[in-house]
Design a protein around this ligand. Structure first.
Ligand code: SF4
Length: 444
């Protein structure tokens, strides 16, 4: 029996964590020995072993990262995140997802991405959220039901996006309080974060935010509007000074890849207190979007190299959503490890794939996971043995076309002005040029 899965086991683990989190800097080796012993998944065990090795060097960036996280974090946040992330989401969640998955005959993901609203207080250039009707919102009761059903399936990691999710601050705080065992990872433009919200984050402990930023002031304000960069930095300082765990979220496009990949930008994020950073690449969805905004295949390769370098030198955890396929054995969408519910309730394989066969308002979460578009995804994943080409949207658009047709999925875009055939055709050239570079990077 997996001790973490029993009620008693769960309580023992929680107590153990509380003990360790008191003076954690002295107990770091103990934390890791303990984690290695109770991990049941062989991959988790190996990861912890690797981490132990890296943390032996007190001068390493990862040692500094761990020390900062353990000593500077607000006690409530530290405790809640340790329990929700390590015990609930990993030790309890992962085996439970596997168990349920066998029972229901469909993959149970590790995370759900949900959009409470399509409303936004900004109007950013090229925003994918702009594809939906501005007025769309998910009602509180539907979100509450989805979160309860998710927990029953072993899903404890809830990602929240939009629109701007913090226009629904009150509802999000209520949901995080009610579903206190889940982690709420909110992607926000950062302009609505104030002292009151930061104090709620400290009271609850289970909210982690990622703030959107495009680079330095000129670049950020060009895309997001004048004054936004200063507001984002102010929100970062508020959270840093209160011991919150937060990160940044950056979209690299043709105009800002080098800036985001610069030493100066990463150092600024670390100085402002960011613990992690997400990198996404710009996806040209829609007929009228400017293809020239997309980062070139060469820029994508440059980002790959730069992140590799930062991982060895900087005390910050960086994720490159398109170039890290190796860590997740390819695409995670379509319910394999994650999926998306948009503000209208449409169940989509990924935030960037605006096609659906069902709406969460009419089906249970289990029924949603069995939908034909997810099945089409799962039977093809990974989409390429070269995990540097993981994505059916930008790396294998012909496969996205196949899956949409096979499943009979319908477009969820407001202005349905671009057919899936047109989109696949438009992405062909990029996919093939990236393919040549990716082959080289993968086999080198
Ligand atoms: S569909 Fe593409 S963007 Fe979405 S998870 Fe898969 S690889 Fe990533």
């Amino acid at each position: 029996m997996n001790i973490a899965e029993t009620y008693l086991g769960e309580k023992v683990l929680e107590q153990g964590l509380r003990y360790i989190l008191h003076e954690p800097e002295k107990k770091l080796p103990l934390i890791l020995n303990w984690a290695e012993k109770i991990a049941t998944d062989p991959n988790h065990k190996q990861n912890i072993k690797n981490l132990k090795k890296v943390l032996e060097d007190e001068n390493s960036n990862w040692y500094k990262f761990a020390q900062k996280l353990l000593t500077k974090t607000h006690p409530k946040v530290k405790e809640r995140l340790a329990v929700n992330f390590f015990i609930n989401s990993s030790l309890i969640g992962v085996p439970k997802q596997k168990q349920v998955s066998k029972k229901i005959g469909a993959s149970v993901p590790w995370a759900i991405l949900i959009d409470p609203t399509e409303k936004c207080n900004l109007n950013c250039l090229g925003c994918w959220a702009g594809d939906y009707q501005k007025a769309k919102e998910l009602d509180y009761e539907t979100m509450d039901r989805v979160l309860s059903e998710a927990e029953e399936l072993g899903i404890y990691f809830i990602v929240v996006s939009g629109g701007e999710p913090l226009v629904r601050k009150k509802d999000l705080i209520e949901l995080a309080e009610k579903h206190k065992d889940q982690v709420f990872h909110i992607f926000t433009n950062g302009t609505l974060i104030d002292e009151k919200f930061v104090s709620e984050m400290g009271r609850l402990g289970n909210i982690v935010v990622a703030l959107s930023i495009e680079g330095f002031e000129k670049t950020t304000d060009f895309r997001r509007g004048e004054g936004v960069f200063k507001k984002v930095l102010h929100a970062m300082e508020l959270m840093r000074d209160s011991g919150m765990v937060y990160g940044f979220s950056a979209t690299y496009a043709r105009n800002n890849t080098e800036e985001l990949a610069s030493e100066e930008f990463i150092d600024l994020m670390i100085e402002k207190g960011a613990t992690f950073g997400w990198f996404f690449t710009y996806i040209p969805i829609g007929k009228d979007v400017d293809m020239e905004m997309m980062a070139t295949p060469e820029q994508r390769a440059y980002m790959f190299e730069r992140i590799k370098h930062f991982r060895q030198t900087k005390p910050i955890f960086l994720v490159d959503f398109w170039n890290d396929g190796e860590a997740s054995n390819g695409c995670i969408a379509g319910g394999r490890r994650y999926f998306h519910i948009n503000a209208a309730g449409d169940v989509e394989p990924c935030a960037f794939v605006h096609y659906s066969t069902c709406n969460i308002k009419n089906v249970s979460l289990v029924e949603a996971l069995k939908n034909p578009l997810f099945k089409a995804y799962q039977k093809r994943q990974p989409f390429d043995e070269n995990l540097r080409r993981p994505c059916p949207i930008i790396d294998h658009p012909e496969k996205l076309l196949e899956m949409v047709k096979e499943s009979g999925a319908e477009s969820t875009q407001l202005h349905d002005d671009e057919t899936i055939d047109e989109f696949a055709e438009k992405m062909k050239k990029y996919a093939s040029s990236w393919g040549s570079i990716a082959e080289k990077i993968w086999y080198d």
